[in-house]
Design a protein around this ligand. Structure first.
Ligand code: GAP
Length: 455
């Protein structure tokens, strides 16, 4: 893909308000506000029992498709704290800033890069129409921390402002220890910390969040080829896990938007109630990172081609996205309130991709007071549990149990009824179409694995 895709929206399902997702996440144990009993902390969240399953599935799928299925990519897991010089070399101490203006009247604070042009020109507050301060204030987003306990000997450093820096720090070690040769990539999933001045919109802009990065090291002559390859690959990857394909696009950055390290950049964007927003950045980082770290550390990070003996600083293609933003976008994409086709009550359903759904299957006995139904259902549940996340549920009527599973996105429900006791088959009900089929109990594991395991 060489052109910016800018397709019109064709999907007719309404965009889901963030509040619906916040409420579902709290009610069903996906996400909780951090330190809630103390009043919470802006921009920081904890993940509950279902949230951690969904998050792990999202991470695992990324790792599988980026690292395990590419012979020329390996993974690392770096620390959250690094030597402070790293952040001088990376340019973050100097350049990682937000410029903000305050309204003299309502005191609200706005990021300059988020202000509509006309408000900027007229110094007019978009909230109350009052006058904005003439001079913006500059805030660095790095979170400071201190190493050591003795006052005076403590060293100021930073929690990592972008996870990818560890990849440059470990590049030479990976090269020497893994027998990789250029072109090759290093992946990592890890936390990043930013003192966002305007955190908000739930998981969209947080102060502690998780990023997934690929840094792909290439010869400068091959930069164009690999940049196009990864841009297309990442776009297709996101497309494969959403329902509303028309809400995804890729957009080129204008020169005024480029980060200090990027010579060219594209965003994979997703359309929600927040408008078109960045989901992942694809950056042409050139030789910025390895050159700067060579310069600041005094270690030569250039590469010698084993055949031609040419010596050069590798150029880098970066694909950098957010685990939390993926979590949020997937819920916004999957959430639907549907009228019940039987006319009884509407259902809330998460049309999550079965690969990513936190619970893969729920097993029910048709009735709670029939011992044989319960024993058989529990035995099926226990055998499935060895292969995938399975839940056993015998509370309330069958309709209610289906609704509970629909709301958390469980793709399959298995019901043990009286026929099961005669012929050893059970019904399998599919979440989206609500169709049911009968399957021999002995075939359930293969049938379900076939549908919920990625391939
Ligand atoms: N190494 C490049 C880099 O960090 P970025 O565009 O600042 O680039 C990459 O961040 C991704 O991290 C974004 O596309 C987004 O998905 C996620 N991200 C960035 N800031 C975030 C925040 N405050 N809260 C949640 N996710 C964030």
């Amino acid at each position: 893909m060489t052109q910016t895709e800018n397709k019109p929206l064709v999907s007719d399902t309404p965009l889901v308000p963030i509040e619906k997702i916040v409420s579902l996440c709290k009610r069903r144990g996906f996400v909780y506000p951090n330190s809630e009993i103390y009043g919470g902390v802006a921009g920081i969240y904890d993940f509950g029992p279902l949230g951690v399953e969904l998050r792990n599935n999202i991470r695992r799928f990324w790792w599988w498709s980026m690292v395990q299925t590419h012979d020329n990519v390996v993974g690392i897991e770096g620390a959250n704290i690094t030597h402070p010089r790293v952040w001088e070399a990376s340019g973050h101490v100097e350049n990682f800033v937000d410029r903000l203006v305050d309204c003299k009247n309502c005191k609200q604070r706005f990021r300059i890069d988020h202000l509509p042009a006309e408000n900027m020109e007229q110094h007019k507050c978009p909230n109350c129409g009052g006058e904005l301060m003439a001079e913006p204030r500059v805030f660095n987003l790095l979170m400071e921390t201190y190493l050591g306990v003795v006052e005076g000997d403590r060293m100021k450093t930073y929690l990592r402002g972008e996870a990818c820096q560890n990849i440059y720090l470990d590049y030479d070690n990976v090269l020497k220890s893994s027998r990789m040769q250029i072109p090759f990539g290093i992946c990592q999933i890890g936390k990043a910390f930013r003192n966002e001045v305007t955190p908000g919109n739930f998981l969209f802009r947080q102060r502690e969040f998780e990023q997934w990065d690929l840094q792909f090291f290439v010869h400068p002559n091959e930069m164009e080829h690999w940049f196009e390859y990864w841009k297309q690959y990442r776009f297709d990857w996101y497309k494969s896990i959403i329902n509303h394909k028309d809400r995804l696009r890729i957009r080129a950055h204008g020169t005024d938007e480029l980060a200090h390290y990027a010579k060219q950049a594209f965003d994979v964007e997703y359309h929600t109630v927040l408008g078109w927003q960045e989901w992942e950045g694809i950056h042409w980082r050139q030789d910025w990172d390895l050159s700067r770290h060579s310069q600041f550390s005094g270690q030569d990070l250039s590469y010698t081609d084993p055949i031609t003996k040419e010596r050069y600083i590798p150029w880098i293609v970066e694909t950098s996205g957010g685990v939390d933003r993926t979590f949020l976008n997937l819920l916004l994409d999957a959430y639907e309130e549907e009228p019940d086709p039987t006319g009884k009550e509407p259902r809330t359903v998460l049309h999550l991709h079965p690969w990513l759904a936190p619970v893969k299957v729920a097993v029910f006995p048709l009735q709670k007071n029939k011992e044989e139904l319960i024993t058989t259902a529990k035995s099926i549940h226990r055998s499935l549990q060895r292969l995938m996340v399975s839940q056993y549920d015998d509370i309330g009527n069958i309709g209610r149990r289906y609704r509970r599973q629909d709301e958390i996105g469980t793709p399959y429900c298995v019901t043990v009824d009286f026929q099961t006791l005669d012929d050893q088959t059970a019904t399998v009900r599919e979440r989206d179409q609500m169709t049911q089929i009968r399957i021999p109990i002995s075939e359930l594991p293969m049938y379900l694995l076939e549908h919920v395991a990625w391939k």
